[in-house]
Write a protein that binds this ligand. Sequence first.
Ligand code: HGY
Ligand code: MN
Ligand code: MN
Length: 416
Amino acid sequence: MPHLGDNLRINGDRLWDSIMEMAKIGPGVAGGNNRQTLTDADKQGRDLFKKWCDEAGLQMGVDKMGTMFARREGTDPDALPVYVGSHLDTQPTGGKYDGVLGVLGALELVRTLDDLGVKTKHPIVVTNWTNEEGTRFAPAMLASGVFAGVHELDWAYERTDAKGLRFGDELKRIGWVGDEEVGGRKMKAFFELHIEQGPILEAEGKDIGVVTHGQGLWWLQVTLTGKEAHTGSTPMPMRRNAGLGMARMTELVHQIAMSHQPDAVGAIGHVDVHPNSRNVIPGRVVFTIDFRSPHQDILDAMKARFEAEAQAIAEELGLTMEIEIAGHFDPVTFDENCVAAIRNAAEHLGYSHRNIVSGAGHDACWINKLYPTAMVMCPCVDGLSHNEAEEISKEWATAGADVLLHAVLETAEVVG
Ligand code: HGY
Ligand code: MN
Ligand code: MN
């Protein structure tokens, strides 16, 4: 029995062209993007997205975190809308597709419905969440976290980047402070299309990842304080070398993650060394540990073991240590009905698929705390992401957006 609308597909060429157009904004140095949140490049990307939304006749709303909500009316204006989107901000050495595929895939969904005159009972709202990456202003998923009530707006406004610039000031500077209270919007459901950012789907030859769960995360920001001194004239026993402490703790992080294979990861990606001079023993280092696991017990055990063993390293080297929580969310189980809508769509459209756990965090992880939420993933080449060489195929993007379209239609209820 053919499923209603199986031949209803998005326009893959138009989606791809839009992704390539967006990729011209905030170019990287190796073919990817550096469109970090609240930079001029982010502003340009937002302006382009708004232009496209205006052309599609969508009603744009913006909240006080700058998140953009572009609404396509349903036949029942009082029906709870189905939200669908992701993020347009990128890592400093980001790819063209991380986040962008989800926002522009949602826009393509609306463009396709307009092309074919398809109406839905529930409104559909295309969404661009501010600062998903958390690279310039920690933590990640900051705006969706405020929306979900995990962070306070004032706390978010006080976050500062490496130059000491405040989030609130930068949002105002680029002219994207909205008037809506954050979190006031009610949703029937939220869907997010995203590249896998891992190797599984490509390796197994699967078109679609049906995301059932998401890993949990701890970002631990560690400050080690020793004593600056001359690298040449200071005897080794007299040194209080914060850099040595960081080196030993880097190895500890790796060993902790390796002790919980295959369901744990750990690394340090952010490091500040002071004074970072070739002939001065580092007196202070600040670094952020990224621990993740789909299992709550493993996630928390990794944090506890680090805190205990790092303290011993610091004491042995004569260092003081402070640990600040720079980001945290528990493992996520997505909504069964929304997950089923995605699986059904892949089935009916004839795309190969498999259940998958998201290794990366996403805005969907926070929205899932409030409303029924699920994600659909497409493969990426060699599983590579957060690298300018990030690559997907037009076919993968099209398949993901087709599944997103049908999952959203099932939830928003086609009329007529
Ligand atoms: O860190 C993450 O998982 C996401 O890419 N912000
Ligand atoms: Mn992302
Ligand atoms: Mn990312």
